[in-house]
Write a protein that binds this ligand. Structure first.
Ligand code: CA
Length: 218
């Protein structure tokens, strides 16, 4: 189940998208303006945002920057379909761009592709050559042998894997895994990183990034 945020000020379009996506694979939330979108992004863990560009409050480009800081991939969904707008959106880091009007089948295909590319879908995630995570069963194996992780260790591993090769800030990790604001003096993240490293033999691949946090190298 992936969580998708629809940011769209025209309710009929938002409803159409929601109806097309919602089911066993996706759960959707809707924000009608940029500021509500930022609030929701702050509070809830989304796997993808579908962003309109022309919005009341903060526009789609501003919401895109916010999404990027939270490592939420973005697909722009907009009537502003000129080449310049398309290039601007992609340059700023959007994963894809769909011009209105669009076919729902196309939307579904693009959502699937982006989620897959960003490692946010699929039952089994792998960390080659030896580690696999069955996200439906919440089972982690190393060389085919199950490894017991606590709930927080598991969520930490999943977060790192979903953001493979990206340096994650310690406070961001803390907020995402523990769901609370990081107060700066906690050793919780470091201790859990050490345990995950040891249990899975990730000493060389789960690296500390000076003054930032950690990066899982894949
Ligand atoms: Ca609009």
């Amino acid at each position: 189940m992936n969580r998708i945020l629809i940011v769209e000020d025209e309710e009929p379009i938002a409803n159409l998208i929601r109806t097309a996506l919602e089911g066993p694979d996706y759960r959707c939330d809707w924000a009608a303006d940029g500021l509500t979108a930022a609030d929701l992004l702050e509070r809830e863990p989304f796997d993808l945002a579908l962003l309109d560009i022309m919005l009341p409050g903060a526009d789609g480009y501003e919401v895109l920057e916010y999404c990027r800081s939270l490592e939420v991939p973005v697909i722009f969904l907009t009537a502003k379909g000129t080449v310049e707008d398309r290039v601007r959106g992609l340059r700023m880091g959007a994963e894809d761009y769909i011009a209105k009007p669009f076919e729902l089948m196309e939307l579904l295909a693009r959502v699937e592709t982006v989620l897959r590319r960003c490692g946010k879908t699929g039952r089994v995630l792998s960390l080659p050559p030896d580690i696999e995570i069955d996200t439906a069963a919440r089972v982690v194996t190393k060389d085919g042998v199950p490894v017991t992780l606590t709930a927080k260790e598991y969520e930490l591993l999943l977060l790192l894997l979903q953001n493979r090769n990206i340096a994650l800030y310690r406070d961001r990790i803390y907020e995402r895994v523990w769901g609370a604001e990081y107060l700066g003096d906690s050793r919780t993240v470091d201790l859990h990183i050490q345990r995950v490293r040891k249990k899975l033999g990730l000493e060389k691949r789960l690296v500390a990034v000076y003054k930032v946090g950690y990066r899982l190298e894949v």
